[in-house]
Design a protein around this ligand. Structure first.
Ligand code: TDO
Length: 191
């Protein structure tokens, strides 16, 4: 079976759900998850500056991350496993400022999202997973930043019951010490 690229806009401007090209046969499957030409034919300009992968255990939360300046648009796909992926709009002039949207990114479905610059991004790992990122801007460690995953003013409804409850969550020290949304607003007032 052949599945062609499909692009679906979401309520957050510039946040696009993408179904990649995929061809299944008796050997397995062939997946093409980025094509400059096909993206541009669909009105989506996404350059590639860096590509990286993370491997995570069930229960890991990596969130809610952004670069303070030189923000990175990123095409995010769970290439193996299943993550519950979240995007928060931090663009102060956006009609969906402060809104979050979540997506089940599933290896077997090959689906992905294009996260625009000016949004925070993160995810909860529902099954051991590998996540790929195709970034339109390079990583700057000095601008690396984020907002606490459980910030009450953003209020992401993390499905923690799917990993066995809050006590099963695995967080890096740096993600336990991120700023609140209120602190972000005091410092930056949005992007
Ligand atoms: C993201 C990144 C990290 N690093 C380094 C910094 C650190 O020593 C090590 C691990 O980085 P982190 O702990 O920040 O990795 P992680 O917490 O997985 O960060 C990622 O989270 C998800 C949700 C995103 O959206 C990504 O853009 C990125 O922020 O790798 C790079 O050299 N280049 C990079 O592009």
């Amino acid at each position: 079976m052949i599945q062609k690229f499909e692009f679906h806009e979401t309520e957050i401007a510039g946040l696009i759900e993408v179904t990649p090209f995929n061809a299944d046969d008796i050997r397995g499957c062939f997946t093409k998850d980025y094509s400059k030409e096909v993206f541009e034919a669909n009105g989506i300009h996404h350059d590639l500056a860096e590509v990286f992968y993370t491997t995570s255990h069930k229960g890991v939360i990596r969130a809610l991350h952004f670069q303070r300046v030189k923000q990175q648009p990123k095409l995010v796909r769970c290439i193996w496993g299943h993550v519950w992926d979240v995007v928060v709009d931090l663009r102060k002039d956006s009609p969906t400022f402060q809104k979050w949207l979540a997506f089940d990114l599933i290896g077997d479905k090959h689906n992905e999202i294009l996260v625009p610059a000016g949004c925070a991004h993160g995810y909860l790992v529902l099954e051991d997973s590998i996540v790929s990122y195709k970034c339109g801007e390079k990583f700057y460690g000095e601008y690396d930043d984020g907002i606490l995953w459980n910030d009450p003013d953003i209020g992401v409804a993390w499905p923690l019951e799917q990993v066995g409850g809050p006590e099963k969550v695995i967080l890096a020290d740096k993600d336990q010490n991120l700023q609140t949304f209120a602190q972000f607003m005091d410092s930056y007032g949005g992007f």
